[in-house]
Design a protein around this ligand. Structure first.
Ligand SMILES: C[S@@+](CC[C@H](N)C(=O)[O-])C[C@H]1O[C@@H](n2cnc3c(N)ncnc32)[C@H](O)[C@@H]1O
Length: 265
């Protein structure tokens, strides 16, 4: 797992040493590798609300978090799950193994990733999984999902490489806050929000007031790269809250000014 995650930093080191060769290799890869091409195009075009353009994913990546949420939801007979930023579907198929009775929706901003995920889905014939092209939770129903997983989306690979003081050229806290607030709206009271590998902290948003952290994770590879509400780099933390539970009394409308939700539980 760690070695896959390190690949991009190895690549960055080589690129610094041999810039000409690296550009050539990248050009060739754009020509021959459809996945790489689609991500390169996404990064160049920067569609509205794009966060991480890379669709790098693999199965069984988040077993520990997924199992935790499953164990919390033992009494829920048909859980409704959302994988936000599902890439080519590995995360969704992994969730299916852990939640055999669930209805699972996967959404992603990359049209090629959704096409690949749907092709994979056709082979399984699973009627309780859907994949949709989307850049937000805006069109999804209110208070609908029992759990929303948003893994490795609110970040950007280029930031890891250069660790700039501001992330604003690549990703913006205001977009993060709006997007995560939209997800909160779709989560039922008592539901779970899982945020992993994010350069922003849910705790810095207004929507957080309607949630309670229920799972804290210690990062084995040191402090994570973090940016605050002003998009400035802040000191990274070794431990991070990853799973949040929506307070039972929350109306489901987690727009700004929801702090009163805390009182209603
Ligand atoms: C690194 S992949 C993560 C895939 C999977 N969640 C995982 O962790 O294995 C990041 C994904 O986020 C998607 N993405 C970025 N911004 C998005 C947005 N606004 N809405 C939906 N998907 C987005 C990208 O297209 C990409 O597939």
């Amino acid at each position: 797992m760690e070695s896959q995650a390190l690949r991009s930093s190895d690549w960055t080191l080589k690129r610094k040493r041999l810039p000409g060769m690296a550009s050539l290799a990248r050009g060739l890869r754009i020509l021959v590798d459809p996945r790489f091409r689609s991500e390169w195009l996404l990064a160049r075009r920067r569609p509205d609300n794009l966060f991480q353009p890379s669709g790098h994913t693999w199965g069984d990546r988040y077993e520990v978090f997924f199992s935790f949420v499953r164990d919390q939801m033992i009494g829920v007979t048909t859980p409704r799950l959302l994988s936000f930023g599902c890439s080519t579907g590995d995360e969704v198929f992994n969730l299916r193994r852990l939640f055999p009775q669930a209805d699972i929706a996967g959404i992603d901003i990359n049209p090629r990733s959704i096409a690949v995920a749907r092709k994979r889905l056709r082979k399984t014939g699973d009627p309780a999984i859907t994949f949709e092209l989307s850049n937000s939770a805006q069109s999804l129903p209110e208070a609908h999902f029992d759990a929303i997983f948003c893994m490795a989306v609110f970040r950007h690979g280029d930031l890891e490489a250069s660790r700039p003081d501001s992330c604003a050229d690549k990703i913006d806290f205001a977009d993060f806050e709006r997007t995560v607030t939209g997800m909160c709206r779709c989560l039922r009271p008592g539901g779970y929000l899982v945020l992993r590998h994010s350069h922003f902290r849910f705790e810095d948003t207004q929507a957080f007031a309607a949630f309670k952290p229920v799972y804290r994770h210690r990062n084995r590879r040191g402090a994570v790269l973090l940016y605050g509400a002003d998009n400035r780099r802040v000191e990274g933390a070794l431990e991070q809250d990853v799973v949040f539970r929506k307070r039972a009394g929350c109306s489901g409308r987690c727009a700004g000014g929801e702090r009163q939700c805390v009182k209603t539980q």
